[in-house]
Design a protein around this ligand. Structure first.
Ligand code: AMP
Ligand code: GLY
Length: 420
């Protein structure tokens, strides 16, 4: 079976790395991939949003199955487009991907089906926003409705700050994503994540994982896409996983099916663990990045078979086996990230890091320079280790990080602190 993975980050490297081990696999391609993905797949310089280019590539190369990594092409309807051309693909269709692509859609769906989430109001004008901010009072959360690469959320401590955020968004601070807003009650609690595969009907839980979004040690500083992750995540106890599945994820999956837009793919629920139980913060329609880099090294079952079962509606008869070992991933990013940063610095020592054993260095923003690997993005490497416990995986991951020779890079020194 010939497979094309769409995307170019650490998540897609982890996907290619696992898919490459599948006995079902024929040829593996990745569009556009990166310098590390080249080890597992043939990279093709196609943009994930170039649907015409992807469809013709699939036809020309007899691709049997496409695995879409990032949310943007999913929300824009890549799976629908591939299916219309007879190409099977893993991930939700456009109508179901709205659960990530429109926060207002997600909140309305929760409201219609009694799924616990923060109180909210949708606002398309400053007058509407003002009215609900006044009614809700501070603190209050102002969100751009659409995809804003994690930047469209303002946690406002005062009503004035909330109004400023609403005005900025409506005036175009987040482009199209902010032409509509969701104003929410501020919830208090610890954040946690829940991951599952969904085939339209059945929810098959994945192992637990937790990322660190803040750029600085002690979870301080601005938010990033994720500076590291670990699995398992002890905060997600079996009882909490059960509650998240039965009270949040299954009701939403049933709701989407009942409304004629069944959900297939990875379901990633961002939760707030409040005094009244877990409440839904957001849904992502894809693997987390870097959570994928700690989940997949723990997976013993064939990933390709699992993704095919999700696509074919056969998860009811499927189960997954996991390693007992824990995994921990430390992200190395270019100095300046998540703000402005330079590209092109040389990254050395990756082989030396992997030579430690039980270490895999997943590439994110890397490219091949004349003289080896160079940095080509904000998040550049995900140094991932397995160990008998999160603490052991953490020690090994940081030993491996020491072997990476990249003066222009930095990482957090405390990934996994809650669990280790
Ligand atoms: P989102 O993209 O909706 O998950 O929001 C990004 C981050 O903002 C979350 O991970 C939370 O840390 C925070 N956040 C979002 N909504 C709320 C809320 N209603 N109450 C408290 N924190 C929130
Ligand atoms: N690590 C957070 C995300 O993938 O959205």
């Amino acid at each position: 079976m010939n497979v094309l993975v769409v995307g170019s980050g650490g998540r897609e490297h982890a996907l290619c790395w696992q898919l490459a081990a599948s006995p079902l696999l024929g040829a593996l391609w990745c569009a556009p991939g990166n310098a590390g993905i080249e080890r597992e797949a043939t990279c093709v310089p196609l943009d994930p949003m170039d649907f015409d280019g992807l469809v013709s590539f699939c036809r020309d190369h007899a691709i049997d199955f496409v695995v879409v990594g990032p949310e943007a092409p999913l929300c824009a309807g890549l799976v629908d487009r591939l299916e219309a051309d007879g190409i099977a693909a893993f991930g939700p269709r456009k109508a179901a991907a709205r659960i990530e692509g429109s926060k207002g859609f997600m909140k309305d769906l929760c409201a219609r089906h009694s799924v616990p989430t923060a109180a909210y109001r949708r606002a398309a004008s400053l007058a509407d926003a003002e009215a609900f901010i006044a009614e809700q009072g501070a603190p209050v959360v102002v969100k751009a409705d659409g995809l804003a690469a994690g930047k469209g959320v303002v946690l406002a401590r005062t009503e004035e700050e909330a109004l400023r955020a609403a005005r900025a968004a409506l005036e175009g601070a987040f482009g199209e994503a902010g032409t509509e807003l969701v104003i929410e009650e501020m919830m208090a609690g610890e954040e946690a994540s829940y991951f599952a595969l969904v085939d339209g009907e059945t929810v098959l839980p994945l192992e637990t994982a937790q990322d660190h979004k803040a750029v600085g040690d002690g979870d301080t500083g601005p938010n990033t896409g994720g500076m590291g992750a670990y699995s398992p995540a002890p905060t997600m106890t079996p009882a909490l996983c059960e509650e998240a599945r039965t009270r949040i994820v299954e009701p939403l999956v049933r709701a989407l099916a009942a409304e004629g837009t069944p959900y297939t793919g990875v379901f990633y629920a961002g939760l707030m663990l409040t005094a009244e139980g877990p409440k839904l913060l957001e849904v992502n329609v894809r693997f987390g990045d870097p959570e994928c880099q700690v989940l997949l090294p723990r997976l013993r079952s064939d990933l390709l078979a699992a993704l095919l079962a999700a696509h074919d509606g056969e998860l009811r008869d499927f189960d997954l086996r996991w390693r007992d070992q824990a995994a921990l991933c430390v992200v190395l990013a270019t100095s300046g990230y998540p703000g402005a940063y330079r590209k092109g610095s040389a990254v050395r020592g990756i082989d030396a890091a992997e030579a430690l054993g039980d270490v895999t260095v997943f590439h994110a923003g890397t490219a091949r320079g004349d003289d080896g690997i160079v940095a080509a993005g904000g998040r550049v490497l995900g140094v991932t280790a397995l160990g008998a416990s999160v603490a052991a995986a953490q020690r090994l991951a940081y030993d491996a990080v020491e072997r990476i020779d990249w003066p222009e890079g930095f990482c957090r020194r405390d990934i996994g602190w809650r669990a280790a």
